[in-house]
Design a binder for this molecule. Structure first.
Ligand SMILES: *[C@@H]1O[C@H](CO)[C@@H](O)[C@H](O)[C@H]1NC(C)=O
Ligand SMILES: *[C@@H]1O[C@H](CO)[C@@H](O)[C@H](O)[C@H]1NC(C)=O
Ligand SMILES: *[C@@H]1O[C@H](CO)[C@@H](O)[C@H](O)[C@H]1NC(C)=O
Ligand SMILES: *[C@@H]1O[C@H](CO)[C@@H](O)[C@H](O)[C@H]1NC(C)=O
Ligand SMILES: *[C@@H]1O[C@H](CO)[C@@H](O)[C@H](O)[C@H]1NC(C)=O
Ligand SMILES: *[C@@H]1O[C@H](CO)[C@@H](O)[C@H](O)[C@H]1NC(C)=O
Ligand SMILES: *[C@@H]1O[C@H](CO)[C@@H](O)[C@H](O)[C@H]1NC(C)=O
Ligand SMILES: *[C@@H]1O[C@H](CO)[C@@H](O)[C@H](O)[C@H]1NC(C)=O
Length: 430
């Protein structure tokens, strides 16, 4: 990018010099200037980062999202077999295009945060501090009122608690104690455990309070995540952003009809812990987080954070087949805090788990393909309900590429064995 700019500037300087001195060479310089500027087109969207051999096509598809103006600023990362194979950023930091969206940019990812909260709870289960099947009142006695007495931890994590709605003014969301007190006094909309409905915001305080109650170190959820997840994996995923990082947060590019989300651009919101939807991260961190759930990462540099057994329980659906979501009025499927995404990405096999956020951000793992995927965006697409167009074809193409390589390997291995056999046979006959 800078090299390209420098070349352009140098040519421009020569051009002005040659015009002043009346040299005819300016025609040639003009020609080079045009060619250089055209061939530098690749940088017009500030796309930067790396792709491993065979993954270059993802960069082209990523770029296409900027060409089509689906994206203003975004980052995309993919781990395959424990290695970072795609790590890209592009576009602009803000609506005014005041600077490029780069690898220092951070993004608020809305409900994508719910997957992180699910991991925090799973860690507590792994450490024997929480049990999915136990009653919430074991850990949070005050919760046992107004018909919520028999709510289980699993009910809370899989949106079966019956407390999906909250009509508090936004400022109340900044006060953890206020929200958890309100929820503990709340009356469930349905008998806990009997059906499910998306707890868009309340999921965060309910699940987060469980972690807070059992943590022997009495940390807030944000502190727990920082110490137990972000630090060991060397990732950035904040629930409660430190003020000194505020300047790195790319503002959400909201349309007038999305003004109900304006509060999410405030630094007071970023600083608060609203685990249903105010996590701040980047694609590289999010992809590494999911990669660390299905295997060791980067040649064992980062260890798998959950055991196979706990992971299996955490990603198993707790929604009966075809049960309609009481809130969204469509079928949704939830495991222990993760969204089950098998129907969204059939090309990636089964047991796909992760979470999307309103507007397009997403993080998930596809264990059968040994793949994790993260895409975070500042321009929100709030009309699409199922798969965001930004990664729909991308994921299909990735699945095809993995399958093709797998098939090629099989054939190569088979040919290799066949060859060995013939060589061996030939020797025998000699
Ligand atoms: C995923 O890839 C890693 C690294 O190559 C490997 O250790 C692990 O066994 C793979 N997992 C599966 C389920 O294939
Ligand atoms: C971020 O980008 C800068 C400049 O392009 C580069 O030097 C640095 O290595 C990148 N950092 C990461 C973590 O990729
Ligand atoms: C909770 O379960 C107990 C024992 O099964 C039952 O007696 C009680 O009525 C239940 N409470 C509510 C609010 O459903
Ligand atoms: C948060 O809410 C609690 C409980 O209502 C209240 O006591 C406390 O003063 C509030 N904190 C702030 C900073 O407003
Ligand atoms: C835990 O932290 C809360 C405030 O977050 C405080 O009121 C309480 O006393 C602490 N408990 C212990 C055991 O440290
Ligand atoms: C937070 O935003 C307000 C208003 O936009 C601004 O006055 C204040 O300086 C900001 N604080 C920090 C820590 O960024
Ligand atoms: C829920 O969806 C069904 C079918 O799509 C529709 O007939 C029904 O009116 C919807 N209910 C509400 C309350 O929106
Ligand atoms: C082919 O053989 C290589 C090396 O022996 C092995 O790593 C790879 O998994 C095999 N591929 C398939 C698809 O069996």
């Amino acid at each position: 990018m800078t090299t390209h700019l420098n070349t352009c500037l140098t040519l421009l300087r020569w051009l002005s010099l040659s015009i002043r001195t009346g040299m005819y060479s300016y025609i040639w310089i003009c020609f080079f200037l045009i060619i250089t500027c055209i061939s530098g087109n690749n940088d017009e969207f500030n796309i930067d980062g790396t792709t491993a051999d065979g993954w270059e096509f993802v960069r082209d598809l990523f770029r296409e999202n900027f060409v089509e103006e689906r994206d203003l600023g975004a980052s995309l990362a993919i781990y395959y077999q424990g290695n970072l194979v795609v790590d890209l950023q592009g576009g602009w930091f803000d609506k005014l295009k005041s600077k490029s969206y780069d690898n220092n940019s951070l993004q608020l990812v809305f409900s994508t945060t719910k997957g992180l909260v699910a991991i925090a709870v799973a860690l507590c289960v792994q450490q024997g501090l929480l049990d999915y099947s136990k009653l919430v009142t074991n850990y949070w006695p005050e919760y046992g009122q107004n018909g919520k007495e028999n709510t289980t931890v699993a009910d809370i994590l899989s949106h079966r608690a019956g407390l999906p709605f909250d009509f508090s003014p936004f400022d109340d969301y900044l006060n953890w104690t206020l929200m958890t007190n309100r929820l503990e006094q709340g009356q469930p909309v349905w008998k806990p455990g009997t059906t499910h409905g998306y707890h868009a915001l309340t999921y965060g305080w309910l699940a987060g309070e469980l972690v807070r109650r059992v943590d022997p170190k009495n940390r807030t959820l944000g502190e727990f995540i920082r110490d137990e997840i972000a630090k060991p994996l060397q990732i950035e995923f904040y629930v409660g952003l430190p003020s000194e990082q505020e300047y790195r947060v790319s503002p959400l590019d909201l349309q007038p009809y999305q003004s109900s989300l304006d509060d999410f651009n405030k630094n007071t919101t970023h600083r608060a812990e609203i685990p249903g939807g105010n996590g701040i991260t980047n694609a590289r961190s999010l992809a590494r987080l999911y990669a660390s759930l299905i295997g060791n990462v980067e040649n064992n540099r980062y260890q798998q954070i959950l055991t196979e057994d706990i992971l299996k329980r955490a990603i198993k659906s707790n929604t009966p087949p075809h049960e309609i979501d009481f809130v969204l009025n469509i079928t949704t499927t939830f495991a222990m805090g993760f969204s089950v995404m098998n129907d969204l990405f059939p090309s990636l096999g089964s047991e796909i788990f992760g979470h999307q956020g309103i507007g397009g951000s997403i993080g998930f793992a596809a264990p059968e393909k040994n793949l994790s995927f993260a895409y975070v965006v500042n321009r929100l697409e709030t009309q699409v309900i199922d798969i965001d167009h930004r990664y729909k074809t991308m994921i299909k193409d990735i699945a095809q590429m993995i399958d093709r390589n797998h098939a090629t390997n099989l054939i190569n291995n088979f040919s290799f064995h066949l060859l060995t056999f013939f060589v061996f046979f030939h020797r025998l006959r000699q």
